[in-house]
Design a protein around this ligand. Structure first.
Ligand code: SAM
Length: 221
């Protein structure tokens, strides 16, 4: 039976990779990537010349069939995403679900490491023994309900947001739960890493227009 390793990769700083992840990336026959150019930066740094194959949300069935063929051919594969742990709010999840539902004969093995979610939670200072993760904020449909539910939530809430919508989201948080404490983690592990703490109004005042760039995780206390 072949192995499919689900490998966590850095969320910014290329040093954040485990020794096991590097060994397995070297040993596998093919590395399935969300974006091969992104993964090549990591492979190049560690002088890993394993073959890569792109796999993303919009991959057609023939790409999945190619992956299944490789597995049937007893090839060992690694799955990585652009950053962090594959399958946590990214396309990796779809491949894993497909393989399980279609009873493909493969051993699925996690190689743990960085995730934007756990990196943000661990510095939040909010209770993390009982939290919920909501993925990305809905753009239109369900947006109001999303914030109304957080307003009622007793547990710590974590979600992802893009730079284009972070100010809009802060304004929605100000509208629905102005009193709640929030931690915004921007560009974790990267040069412009910034952690903003306070209620939404305080954070809106702290974020300058040039800081509305990069990647964000929002934690609501
Ligand atoms: N599976 C990934 C993980 O485990 O971290 C998350 C994938 S999701 C498609 C990408 C989102 O994660 C970004 O839009 C951003 O919200 C968050 N993210 C990724 N890297 C980040 C970083 N360095 N700092 C803050 N947020 C980050």
């Amino acid at each position: 039976m072949s192995n499919l390793y689900i490998i966590a990769t850095p969320i910014g700083n290329l040093e954040d990779i485990t020794l096991r992840a590097l060994r397995v990336l070297k040993e596998v026959d093919v590395v399935l990537c969300e974006d091969t150019r992104q993964t090549q930066k990591l492979l190049l740094k560690y002088k890993i010349d394993s073959q890569t194959l792109s796999y993303h949300q919009y991959s057609k069935l023939n790409k999945i069939n190619k992956i299944i063929e490789l597995l049937k051919d007893n090839r060992n594969l690694a799955l990585v995403s652009d950053a962090g742990t594959p399958g946590i709010s990214d396309p990796g999840n779809m491949l894993i679900k497909y393989l399980i539902e279609n009873k493909v004969d493969v051993k699925i093995i996690p190689i743990p490491g960085p995730s934007a979610l756990t990196s943000a939670l661990c510095v939040s200072g909010f209770p993390t023994d009982n939290f919920i993760f909501l993925g990305f904020v809905p753009h239109k449909k369900g947006r109001q309900t999303f914030f109304k539910n957080i307003a009622k939530e007793k547990r710590t809430v974590a979600f992802y947001e893009s730079p284009h919508r972070i100010i809009k989201t802060l304004n929605s948080m100000k509208e629905y739960f102005p009193e709640k404490n929030i931690v915004i983690c921007r560009e974790l592990t990267k040069i412009y890493e910034t952690i903003y703490r306070g209620n939404s109004e305080e954070i809106i005042k702290k974020i300058t227009p040039d800081q509305v760039k990069g990647e964000f995780v929002v934690i609501v206390g």
